[in-house]
Structures are given as C-alpha cells and as structure tokens.
Design a protein around this ligand. Sequence first.
Ligand code: CTP
Ligand code: CA
Length: 225
Amino acid sequence: VRYLLTPKDLEGVTVLVSAGPTREYLDPVRFISNPSSGRMGYAVAEAARDRGARVVLVSGPTTLPAPWGVECVRVTSALEMYEAMHAHFAEADVVVMTAAVADYRPAEVKAEKEPKTAGEKVVPLVPNPDILKSLGEAKGDRVLVGFAMETHAGVDRAAEKARRKNLDFICLNYPTREGSAFGSTHNEVTIVTPEGTSEALPRMSKRALADEILDRVHRILHRRV
Ligand code: CTP
Ligand code: CA
C-alpha cells in the first residue's frame, strides 16, 4: 500500500546505498566488527525504491532479508565494500553511506585458527581505506550523504567530516541517547552541512528518517537542474 501511495519523485534516479557492519577476519573463525544491524541502510533502500528510484544496496553481514525490487550486493570486509561501491559508483546519482565500516583490519589473516598462548597478545592492525572519502574525490554532480556517530563535539566533528569527504550533508547521531542508532528500529539524528549548520530532527522510525533524508536529497537534485 505504501508503495502505491508514495509519490514517485525519484524516478530516473539511481541511488547507491551501503548498510551494515564490515567484518575484518583475524583467522577463519574470528573477526573484528561492530553492532550495526543494517536497518538504517535497508530503510533508505526501501524508501528510495518506493519513490521510484533504481536502488543498489551494498550490504555487509546482516540478518535482514534483501528488500524486493532492490539490487543487493553482499560483502563481508571493508575492502570488499570499497570494491563494490566503486563498481556501482559510475551509475549512481545519489550515494547514501550508512555502513559502519571498520577503520582497521588485521595486518595478516591467518589461514588456520590461532591457538591461544599464555599472556598478553598484540594483533597488528592496518587502516582500511576511507570508502566515502574516495567517492567524494570523484563526486562530480552526485549527491553524497554520510553518517557519523560521535560521543562529543558532535556538530563540529561531523561538519569537519562532511568537508573532508566532500559530502552534501551528514547525519549525526549520539550512541548515548536513549534508543538511538545501533540495533534500534528508531533513530534520532542531527543533519549537519559542511558549512556547519545543523538541524536536529526528532526521534522517529528509521523508515521515516530515510524519507526525511531523501526529501533533502531530492531538493538538492532539483536545485541543480
Ligand atoms: N566511512 C567510510 N569508510 C571508512 C570509514 C568511514 O566510507 N573506512 C564512512 C561511514 O560509512 C560514514 C562516514 O564515513 O558514512 C563517517 O564515518 P566515521 O566512522 O564517523 O568517520 P571516520 O572518518 O572513520 O572518523 P572516526 O575517526 O571518527 O571514526
Ligand atoms: Ca570510523
């Protein structure tokens, strides 16, 4: 019913969305990751589809079923997500990067399960590429949206990220706020621009928030034509 009633204001637009966590394996049975459920990105993908967009969803490991009518590309690691996002970037008019990309990966992935040893253990980590920043460098006339979770100095840090990654805006959330973000069906974000202006949105379902984000994307697309 929602699909039929939604105005098709993103017809002819291709939206590339990333969602979920990444997994950085240490050995065949252990990995570094985070509690991202993928729900925010899946909600953006479904909302964009309902508004008539063609949607490519690049998803890290989640328990969510692939949404109907969306091209779903499953990845595991940040390096795989980097490859998948770049593979679909040329065809995209809009990129919404909700994925919680691991900043580091183990320098080496052991082929066999590592037995435990006595005492402390240090695992060397190397930085993963910044996917969104690399897309921002090739932005062209695309609309780019990021997400950021900050524990302090949120607006300033988010605005700095929006500038560094060449974004149109970034959705800031706070992990300490009741019911926000990770794992929840609802979210509460502040929309921050590279210029540092901020707009606090009320707590709402991730689907409603997805539509708020796409309303702003739509306005930016139209200001350009
Ligand atoms: N991001 C990305 N690739 C990475 C890290 C982050 O594409 N390797 C994206 C995220 O998907 C998000 C945005 O960049 O949309 C901001 O992520 P965040 O972790 O807040 O930014 P970082 O630049 O990693 O900064 P921090 O040191 O605060 O983690
Ligand atoms: Ca990070």
